[in-house]
Design a protein around this ligand. Structure first.
Ligand SMILES: [Fe+2]
Ligand SMILES: [Fe+2]
Length: 339
């Protein structure tokens, strides 16, 4: 159905391709977000074709809920920075819509990497890690009380950064060894802050404290290794690493998920829990089926099949031909098109 662009709302599904000149800018099937609406307004289009079934969706959609949670979490961090640790109710208020949202739309959580982040990195990162940790726990078939706990650990894992000086937190250049030592205190600081708030269980405090431990014992702050690292911390670590690498940072541009899959896959024996990482990669690789890509040889295509030996080397359909990236070590996905 064609609607005037004044009626276009976040959450509707686009039922046509949108071009700027000859360049495709938004693909058929995209779920409209705010950035799309701005883009369409700039293109001076009068109307767009959307799927009729998506027109009367509740205006309170996932994208808005995500933004609200980020805003709420930002307020929580400011409270903590000012020394007020009574955050229990505010945290609950921030988490409830996230828990509901994940229930409704798993795919949305996987599309989180598309959201541009730079200025509010810590807040957005915390909400995204929370969502990914919930998803991972669901895939691990954990029960509801586990999921509520992991949501807290995911959201609060970097809460200690509220008390790290901004010059270090947002430094565009490489941190000096001294600055890095300060940065690393955020894990301990976070668990101390939460302990002082007296609202969270020992398991949650430990999840926060150990989220930078690594499977090979080379993490911090206590160099725990293997399954001696608490499970909450091992789950949040996988979500944390994936989100950090797929997000823009002040000092580097983000990587596309397939580049990150490769790094995670190769590093599975070392840093991250191999079983949790394998499960994560097996599940998320399917979330990108049908997305448009540009390969490093300039070819355009779509992701046709991901059930190959290596999750980061899918089969691409390009010019009606199938290109299996497992067969050619030189061809890689250079760019995954944002819907
Ligand atoms: Fe951290
Ligand atoms: Fe983090």
């Amino acid at each position: 159905m064609r609607i005037n662009i004044d009626r276009l709302q976040v959450g509707m599904t686009l039922d046509e391709n949108i071009y700027r000149g000859v360049q495709l800018v938004i693909s058929h099937g995209a779920i409209i977000n705010r950035r799309h609406i701005e883009m369409i307004q700039r293109l001076d289009l009068e109307s767009v074709q959307v799927l009729e079934t998506t027109i009367n969706q509740s205006p309170e959609n996932n994208d808005d809920k995500y933004r609200q949670s980020v805003e709420k979490f930002k307020a929580i961090c400011h409270t903590v920075t000012l020394g007020n640790l009574k955050i229990y109710d505010a945290v609950k208020d921030c988490l409830d819509p996230i828990l509901k949202q994940i229930e409704n739309n798993e795919k949305m959580a996987m599309q989180l990497w598309q959201i541009e982040t730079a200025d509010f990195y810590t807040y957005e990162h915390s909400v995204k890690v929370c969502m990914l940790s919930i998803l991972l726990s669901k895939w691990m078939e954990k029960d509801q009380s586990f999921i509520e706990d992991i949501a807290l650990v995911g959201l609060l894992h970097d809460i200690g950064k509220c008390n790290i000086p901004n010059e270090i937190l947002n430094k565009p250049d490489k941190l000096t060894p001294g600055e890095f030592q300060v940065m690393k205190t955020h894990a301990t600081l976070g668990s101390v802050l939460l302990n002082m708030s007296k609202a969270y269980s020992e398991k949650i405090l430990k999840g926060v404290l150990h989220h930078h431990e690594r499977f090979d014992g080379k993490g911090y702050p206590t160099q725990l290794s293997g399954i001696n690292i608490p499970e909450y911390a091992r789950i949040v670590a996988v979500a944390d690493v994936f989100d950090a690498m797929t997000s823009n940072r002040v000092y580097r541009d983000r990587m596309n998920p397939y580049q990150v899959f490769e790094i995670m896959y190769e590093g599975m024996g070392g840093g991250l829990d191999p079983d949790i990482t394998k499960l994560f990669l097996n599940k998320v690789k399917r979330c990108y089926l049908g997305m448009e890509v540009i390969l490093n040889n300039g070819q355009l295509g779509i992701i046709e099949n991901v059930d190959t030996l290596y999750p980061y080397r899918p089969v691409i359909k390009s010019d009606e031909k199938l290109v299996d990236l497992t067969n050619d070590g030189y061809i890689e996905i250079e760019y995954l098109k944002i819907q």
